[in-house]
Design a protein around this ligand. Structure first.
Ligand code: PRX
Length: 556
């Protein structure tokens, strides 16, 4: 068995009732869990209704639904106000002919209007396609084209990155600055479109190791998973102020930034602007944040600021969670020794639609592990034939399918969808892991070439394709290079076309080319020029694995 750090940390702070968590582990059942939502009785499904309107109907209309904070702006909205705004946005979308099942994209910075737009789209039965605000022209275009989006909600700044002429399906662009003041023809019209559990909810594009990003479509049934994981893992209570730092263009930002907290009627924090340690701590002090969901890179950045946290009153904080990349034991110990709190790691993927491996608040944490399967979820570590391996052995991390949050389809790509289910009855994650005798799962890496930089999933193919569009680049191989802060950083190996000479200016130009056309997070931080790239003998495919081996040897 691989050696594992067995130091455990038990909970000391917060109002966690240990017996509750023990009980949920023993008796949890997805069927029973579904009954907590309105549609179980009525058969009427709409996630936007469950997220917002239901609370107004239940008498919580005056409760603060969100606090928005940006460098020069601060405002709050109640659940009633969010309901009215989503109704208004929904009516405007209907006026533009949006119908059930249409794909409506949302390309906005992290503002209340971004969240309201997503919910309005869902409310009228359309499928929301939220886009990360840092995406550049090609990233925006490829995603809208893939699932033939008809309407885009954006603002007058970001619209400059929308190449409308190259997106033939796009009929309408709406500006969030204008929607509020646009009159509706019929302000009494019923906005909520009642749907079936399998109807489309949201589509998130995500990278694999081959091809362009794929559209992962989730269905309305996912909200059962969102509600339950919000309750048990995020541990949302009525007086919580909950802050998830991810943008809703990523699945963490939609599922755990919007659906799960609001299904549990939490007050959420929406923070605009870039990462700055002082601003983050100040925000937590000012808004008295109780529950904070972020990623290891952000924790490592805060850790690198040393004692800065001592200048702030963080006494409201009671529960911290992490996702997206391996959470190093050092970070857990830092938070434990300095903030007096444990960081609860969670593991899941865009495709899984919700938490699958978690650390429930009252349970022991083994630093270095991602936790144990969520109640109602069964994990398997499989060999390459799909047989379960004994505890302690490293293999393919798989999960017994289905469960409520599991994706409905990969847009227009059944083969890709089927590839996740190559072992009968199992969903294969592509991650490698081991599970110890106590059920704790330890991440061991990816079984493919996917890159994870600062918790963001980057497909090498997409970056390579962009690199070779630059006139100086003949060939490119892109890998994740181990990095202490970001987990991995994007590194490109390239060969140059004849007539081009290597120079710092040229490499910077190539880097900016990817940054400008694709997105900042996918642009290579390092570019190395080679005379030739390693390739397979028969098909001549670039051997990323070899490039990675070289890079790891250099680091050691
Ligand atoms: O490799 C795993 C890594 O992120 C991948 C999923 O990426 P994405 O779909 O972008 O979703 C991110 C957030 C849901 C996984 O296949 N990953 C996710 N969580 C962890 C992780 N790696 C290590 N530890 C985690 N807790």
């Amino acid at each position: 068995m691989a050696s594992i750090a067995q130091t455990t940390i038990s909970p000391v702070k917060g109002s966690f009732n240990l017996s509750n968590y023990d009980c949920v582990r023993k008796s949890f059942d997805w069927e029973d869990a579904s009954k907590e939502l309105h549609f179980w009785e009525s058969g009427k499904v709409n996630a936007a209704y469950e997220t917002i309107d239901r609370h107004v109907v239940d008498g919580y209309g005056d409760k603060i639904a969100l606090h928005y904070i940006n460098e020069n702006e601060k405002r709050s909205l109640t659940f009633s106000e969010v309901k009215e705004k989503t109704d208004h946005y929904g009516r405007i979308l209907k006026q533009h002919g949006v119908k059930k099942g249409d794909r409506v994209f949302i390309f906005l910075p992290k503002t209340p209007e971004c969240y309201i737009s997503i919910l309005a789209v869902i409310k009228i039965g359309a499928i929301a396609g939220p886009l990360f605000e840092a995406f550049m022209e090609d990233a925006v275009k490829d995603r809208i084209n893939d699932c033939k989006g008809t309407v885009l909600i954006t603002d007058k700044d970001l619209v400059q990155r929308v190449q409308r002429a190259d997106i033939p399906s796009l009929e309408t662009i709406l500006f969030s600055e204008d929607i509020e003041a646009t009159p509706v023809e019929n302000d009494r019209e019923e906005v909520v479109e009642w749907l079936g559990k399998e109807d489309g909810l949201i589509i998130h594009y995500t990278s694999g190791s081959t091809g362009k990003p794929k559209g992962v479509l989730h269905a309305h049934r996912s909200m059962i998973h969102h509600l339950q994981s919000g309750k048990w893992v995020l541990d949302i209570k009525d007086d919580d102020v909950y802050w998830c730092t991810s943008h809703p263009g990523w699945v963490t930002g939609s599922v755990y930034g919007l659906f799960a907290p609001w299904l549990n009627r939490a007050t959420i924090v929406i923070q605009g602007g870039r990462f700055k340690a002082e601003n983050w701590y100040q925000l937590m002090e000012d808004l008295k944040v109780t529950t904070w969901y972020s990623a290891p890179t952000a924790f490592r950045m805060l850790m690198s600021q040393g004692d800065l946290f001592k200048n702030y009153d963080l006494s409201s904080l009671r529960h911290i969670l992490s996702v997206g990349e391996p959470l190093n034991p050092e970070v857990i110990h830092w938070a434990w020794n300095n903030l007096g709190l444990r960081i609860h790691d969670t593991w899941w993927m865009t495709e899984t639609g919700g938490h699958l491996i978690v650390n429930l608040p009252a349970e022991l944490i083994k630093p270095g592990s991602m936790g144990r399967p969520f109640p109602g979820i069964t994990v398997g570590i499989l060999d390459d034939e799909g047989n379960e391996l004994p505890r302690g052995e490293v293999g393919q991390l798989a999960v017994r399918a289905p469960w409520p949050g599991l994706m409905k389809e990969i847009w227009g790509n059944k083969d890709k969808f089927d590839s996740y289910f190559k072992y009968e009855g199992w969903y294969s994650s592509g991650d490698l892991a081991l599970q110890d005798e106590d059920g704790y799962v330890f991440f061991q890496g990816r079984s493919d070439d996917m890159i994870n930089s600062a918790g963001e999933r980057i497909g090498p193919f997409e970056v390579e394709s962009k690199l070779i569009e630059h006139p100086a680049v003949a060939e490119a191989g892109v890998i994740g290079k181990p990095d202490a802060l970001r987990g991995e950083l994007v590194k490109a190996f390239i060969t140059l076309r004849t007539g081009f000479q290597e120079s710092e200016e040229l490499l910077e130009e190539i880097r900016l080319f990817v940054r400008k056309n694709l997105s900042a997070h996918a642009a290579p931080r390092e570019i190395e020029v080679m005379n030739e790239l390693p390739k397979t003998k028969i098909s001549g495919k670039i051997l990323r694995r070899k490039l990675k081996e070289w890079e790891i040897q250099k680091v050691q």
